[in-house]
Structures are given as C-alpha cells and as structure tokens.
Ligand binder design. Structure first.
Ligand SMILES: Cc1cc2nc3c(=O)[nH]c(=O)nc-3n(C[C@H](O)[C@H](O)[C@H](O)COP(=O)(O)OP(=O)(O)OC[C@H]3O[C@@H](n4cnc5c(N)ncnc54)[C@H](O)[C@@H]3O)c2cc1C
Length: 330
C-alpha cells in the first residue's frame, strides 16, 4: 500500500484529494489480503474505478483500491444471447468498441460513458434509451462482510433507475467481473432524440459513433473542464406533483415512470432556476448543460458541495421537487 495516496488524477472532477493509503488491484485474489491489512489498521476500504461518479473529500482516512482487473472473454451462446465476461477494471467505452469490432452489438447506445466495467452495475448506467440491466447477465463480487466471492444474477442486483443493491450498500460489495448478455437477434434502438434521424437499418457502429458525437456536442469534456456527468438524478414524482408542475409550466418535460409515477427533467428544473452557466467560486454549472456541475480550475469539494446545495434548495423552493445528487460524496 502506498501512503498519502494522491487521488487528484483519479477523479474526473479533478478535485484535490488524498487517501491515507492507496493500492492498485490487478487480480481478484489481491483483495482479501488488502482488506485484512486495512482492517488490521482499523481503516475503511473503498474501491475506485475511473472516479467519474464521485465527489472526493480532500482526505479519505482509509485505504483506496484502484480497480485494474483486466480481461475480456467471449464465453459463448446462452439461449438468445452471447455472453461476454469482462474484468472490473476494463474501460467501459473501450469494451463497447471491442464488442462492436467483434460483431457483438448491443452496447452501442451506452457508448462514451466514462469509467470502468466494475462500476457500471453500481448505478445501472443508462443513456440514449438503454440501461445496463438490459444487457446484464451476472457479476462476481467480493462481499466485504465475510471476504467471500459471490455471484449475483440480474434479480439479485435489484436494478432500477440509477440504482442497485450495490448503490444501496456503499462499500460492501467489490465487483471483480461482469458478464454481459448481448442479443443474437440484434435490432437497432433508435427511439431516443438524437438517434431518430438515423436510417432504420443503421448498424451498431454507426449508432455508436452517433451517440459519441451527440454526447461530445452536449457535454463538456471532463479532460478539459472537470465534471462528473449528470450531477442529479431526474426526479421521479407522484402524478399529482407532475400535474401541478404541468399546470404552471406546460412546457416542462415529463416521462411516464413505473406505478403511475412521472419522471421529470432535472436539467429543465435547474435551468429554470437560472443556474445554467452560473459560477460559485471555481465551481459552476456548465453553460452547455444545466445538469453538469463543473470545476473551472482549482475548485474544492466544499465549493462543489455548496453549489450543489444551492441548486437543491432553489429547485425545492421554486418547484417543491427534491433533487438527489448522483455522484457519491466519498
Ligand atoms: C462526462 C460524463 C458523462 C457521464 N455520462 C453518464 C451516462 O450517460 N450515464 C450514466 O449512467 N452515467 C454517466 N456518467 C457517470 C459515470 O461515468 C458512471 O457512473 C460510471 O459507471 C462510473 O464509473 P467509474 O469507474 O468512474 O466509477 P467511480 O466514480 O470510480 O465509482 C463510482 C462508485 O462506484 C463504486 N465502484 C467503482 N468501482 C467499483 C467496483 N469494482 N466494485 C464496487 N464498487 C465500485 C465506487 O466506490 C463509487 O461508489 C458520466 C460521467 C461523466 C464524467
């Protein structure tokens, strides 16, 4: 373990942060000894992938494991699907490209999402009309309660919108591999705005390239302007709340959710409160996309969190809707 481990280069917001100790995890069997070492020192252990969905505090008084387990393996057919097992440290977008190069379509709508395979199930990543759950078969994770490896089926993961059993129990499970199920009878999924101008028989590579191009137009590049993507979940509210909003603002976007509930656009609510392009010291809201909180250079976690708090209070006061932060404060 490396003491006083620098994490500034390991979070896409680019926040200055250090951990008491850090270590790179290249194989699953390195985890149990590392956890024992942390426990012997009385320190908490957390894993980090690409750091694209976290807001890091200046100091983590514990051990950070950087997930770097590699490996991509085509397991073969399973009913209507082809199964691909991937190490938790593999880069998500590179995996999407690899599957398409190997004529295994199905992940193209999820192209361009930063981060690692191991983190993808944590919040059931989703974009452009597709969620991980639709392409998920199983995963293997270390249960830190008893240091054993466990297999989770799709049902075990209890996925929903940006949620899973892993997100609800932060730090308990460390994902070491993910098995994806890619459909043998693939059909393009072009329903989402930005993709519906493509030809009905567009191939997966074209869809992937279009998704990446649209994302590049809409979102600031975190390498140039630190950010963690969408900073808040789209709120899912009772129909009565959505109806009240629609009566006052008929133009407010709304999407049908489960159980008669309605999903609202967090970006619309934030923009209406005047935050698009707003700055709070070195922290700010992107002038490209109101849902993206950015680091203009030298921002601290406190400034980012203060700005997030300002946004939550303003949206609550104006619309009576509570926004939930997406990246974990770690
Ligand atoms: C520009 C940008 C665009 C984005 N667009 C999208 C999008 O379209 N859709 C979307 O869903 N998300 C999006 N995100 C969020 C983010 O990319 C995803 O949530 C991604 O899956 C996070 O991966 P990571 O490896 O960076 O996770 P990290 O940020 O390193 O970790 C996130 C959480 O997962 C935990 N974790 C990480 N690895 C493991 C593991 N192996 N086992 C157990 N827990 C683990 C961490 O402890 C932490 O709680 C975007 C982010 C950015 C910066």
């Amino acid at each position: 373990m490396t003491p006083d481990f620098d994490l500034q280069g390991h979070n896409t917001l680019g926040l200055p942060a250090r951990a008491r100790f850090g270590a790179t995890i290249s194989q699953a069997n390195e985890l149990a000894p590392l956890l024992s070492e942390a426990a012997a020192l009385g320190l908490p252990f957390r894993v980090l992938g690409g750091g694209s969905n976290v807001v890091l505090r200046p100091r983590f008084d514990g051990v950070i494991g950087l997930m770097a387990i590699a490996g991509r393996e085509l397991l073969g057919q399973h009913g209507e699907h082809m199964l691909v097992r991937v190490g938790a440290g593999e880069n998500w977008h590179q995996l999407v490209e690899w599957t398409i190069e190997h004529n295994l379509p199905g992940l193209e709508n999820l192209a361009g999402i930063p981060g690692t395979l191991g983190a993808a199930p944590i919040q059931n990543i989703g974009a452009y009309g597709c969620e991980l759950v639709e392409r998920f078969h199983a995963l293997v994770a270390l249960d830190t309660d008893d240091n054993t490896l466990k297999t989770f089926t799709r049902d075990d993961c209890d996925f929903s919108y940006r949620q899973s059993v892993f997100k609800r129990t932060p730090g308990r499970f460390i994902v070491v591999s993910v098995t994806l199920a890619l459909p043998k009878a693939w059909r393009p999924n072009l329903g989402y705005p930005g993709l519906n101008t493509l030809a009905a028989d567009a191939d997966a590579k074209t869809i992937m390239q279009t998704v990446v191009a649209v994302r590049n137009r809409k979102l600031p590049d975190w390498r140039q302007l630190g950010n963690a993507g969408s900073f808040f979940h789209n709120p899912i509210v009772d129909a009565s709340v959505a109806d009240r909003l629609a009566a006052e603002h008929p133009e407010a976007p709304r999407y049908p959710g489960a159980d008669g509930r309605v999903k609202l656009s967090a970006a619309w609510l934030i923009e209406r409160c005047g935050f698009k392009g707003h700055r709070h010291g070195a922290a700010g809201v992107s002038d490209q996309h109101a849902l993206v909180v950015v680091n203009h250079g030298g921002a601290t976690q406190q400034q980012i969190s203060d700005l997030a708090g300002e946004i939550v209070s303003a949206v609550e006061a104006r619309f009576g809707v509570h926004l939930v932060q997406e990246p974990e404060l770690l």
